[in-house]
Design a protein around this ligand. Structure first.
Ligand code: GDP
Length: 485
């Protein structure tokens, strides 16, 4: 067991205040019941209303999900292309197509889930981008994976040009308020470059139409949740579910994403071997790209941020200075630094600094990095498993430093309930170190990079950061980004 199992910081509420439901086979998913023992920060408590919503949702997944008669009927209706009238739709579905990097995929699945909760739709995740190889099932007695044999041909590769996107059907007047016979399905395209028609998804008018369609297939690489507050009906419900709007992803991610036993082994073996006995754990996420050369400026940004600005790591003494006696030194606190990156250079440099110099406060600093994969890879399970394990390890930190605009960092901060220090990226100019090197995020929520800015129903441009309650423009993505605080 990790050391802090026995310390007062240990959070023994393994069901996270009712967020999780008991009754799963513990052997099938160790992380579900063990994660609370590894968290230094117990996190926020879910509202009783959210807990009751989740229990109702689990019942819906059991009643309408794959393997039920209702599911077979709904698939038959989809295959035959006929949509029953809205009132007789007992079971509705949303198929989520997460794609791109793992951070993007996790945010997309979380967004689809919250939409499913709000609209009482069964959530099914398309397994084709490796989503079936990383997580445990979140719903007791039901599956969240889309079974094979889904009848929509080529569904996983639709684009904004596909005729059946909700935006195109709206523009081409295939559907509208007066439509009697709704189609059996619609694609919802909310990728970053989605058009204004595609992004007509967020208003009460849209939800009125969409709820009459039994099957939705949603593709996004974004955290669309801040946009869901634009609909009045959803806003009321969201306010009840989440009295703390800055903790939405925190609760959803802890509810939905449990590392499977393979990934949990990666997390716990690493934590127990390198991190468990540290008095303090500082996570540093260095998001670099495969082709980028090692950057001394970025290294300087990391050290300035952690040593001077955020005061997360001690400053260094001149080489040759070694304060204290062996006994007094051993009594000093041990600090572990967990670096994650595609490259090993930053970690090696940091590690070297704390070997070649003593820390000014005498702390013992160990610097660790689980993997350096060099390049982002697609469709490789072992690569994704490491990425997922590292996001999770970062989330176990006491303090976190992330790279701006990175969904990888967003997942770690949300799971951990941490407001990170964010290292801003210099605009195109990599030869200067940003000043200040980092800033403390105002919220642990991810940024919605492509928030809607045009209301098709009222034919009006608007600034979502001034319209959506509890939201503001993202400090790390001010060009139309939206973040709940
Ligand atoms: P984003 O691109 O920063 O928003 O994050 P994503 O997670 O969506 O995509 C980046 C992908 O690159 C990850 O999913 C990994 O596949 C890989 N990657 C980037 N940084 C790291 C890292 O620190 N560790 C590991 N193991 N993989 C990384």
């Amino acid at each position: 067991l990790p050391l802090h199992e026995t310390t007062p910081r240990h959070n023994d509420d393994r069901l996270l205040g009712g967020l999780l439901v008991d009754g799963f086979d513990e052997e099938s998913c160790h992380s579900r019941y063990q994660s609370a023992m590894y968290r230094r920060n117990p996190g926020r408590r879910p509202s009783p209303y959210l807990v009751s919503k989740l229990r109702r949702h689990e019942a819906l997944q059991r009643r309408c999900g794959p393997g039920t008669a209702a599911y077979t009927t709904a698939i038959d209706q989809l295959r035959s292309g006929n949509n029953k009238s809205a009132t007789s739709l007992e079971c509705r579905y949303i198929v989520s197509l997460p794609y791109q990097g793992l951070g993007n995929r996790i945010l997309a699945a979380a967004s689809a889930f919250l939409y499913a909760l709000l609209t009482e739709r069964v959530l099914l995740i398309d397994p084709s981008h490796g989503m079936n190889a990383l997580f445990c099932e979140p719903f007791l007695g039901a599956t969240w994976m889309l079974p094979s044999g889904f009848p929509l041909q080529g569904y996983a590769s639709f684009t904004n040009d596909t005729a059946e996107t909700y935006g195109n059907m709206l523009r081409n007047k295939v559907i509208g308020a007066a439509t009697q016979q709704m189609p059996a399905f619609a694609y919802v395209y909310l990728h970053s470059e989605a058009s204004a028609d595609d992004k007509s998804f967020f208003w009460d008018e849209d939800h009125g139409l969409l709820r009459r369609i039994q099957w939705l297939v949603m593709r996004t690489d974004n955290y669309i949740v801040p946009g869901l507050f634009l609909a009045g009906a959803f806003r009321v419900e969201l306010d009840k579910m989440f009295p703390e709007p800055d903790a939405i992803f925190h609760h959803i991610s802890r509810y939905l994403f449990h590392p499977n036993n393979h990934v949990w082994g990666l997390v716990t073996r690493y934590y127990d071997a390198y991190l468990a006995d540290a008095a303090e754990l500082v996570g540093i996420q260095v998001r670099v790209f495969g082709a980028q050369p090692n950057s001394p400026e970025l290294l300087e940004q990391i050290t300035k941020c952690t040593q001077n600005h955020g005061r997360l790591l001690p400053e260094l003494l001149a080489a040759g200075t070694e304060p204290g006696t062996p006994e007094s030194r051993r009594r000093k606190a041990k600090k572990a630094v967990l670096v994650t990156s595609l490259k090993s250079w930053y970690h090696e440099k940091l590690k070297g600094m704390y070997w070649e110099h003593a820390a000014s406060n005498g702390e013992r600093v160990g610097v660790h990095q689980p993997s350096h994969e060099e390049y982002q890879r697609f469709g490789v399970v072992s690569h994704d498993a490491k990425a997922w394990a590292e996001m999770y390890l970062l989330s176990l930190s006491d303090a976190l430093v992330t790279t701006s605009q990175s969904t990888f960092g967003y997942v770690a901060q949300g799971l951990g309930g941490l407001r990170p220090w964010v290292m801003y990226r210099p605009d195109y100019d990599v030869t200067t170190v940003p000043d200040p090197p980092c800033g403390r995020a105002v919220s642990m929520e991810p940024c919605f990079f492509a928030a809607p800015n045009y209301n098709l129903w009222e034919k009006q441009w608007f600034d979502a950061s001034t319209v959506v309650p509890h939201a503001q423009s993202c400090a790390d993505f001010p060009w139309g980004g939206l973040m709940l605080v």
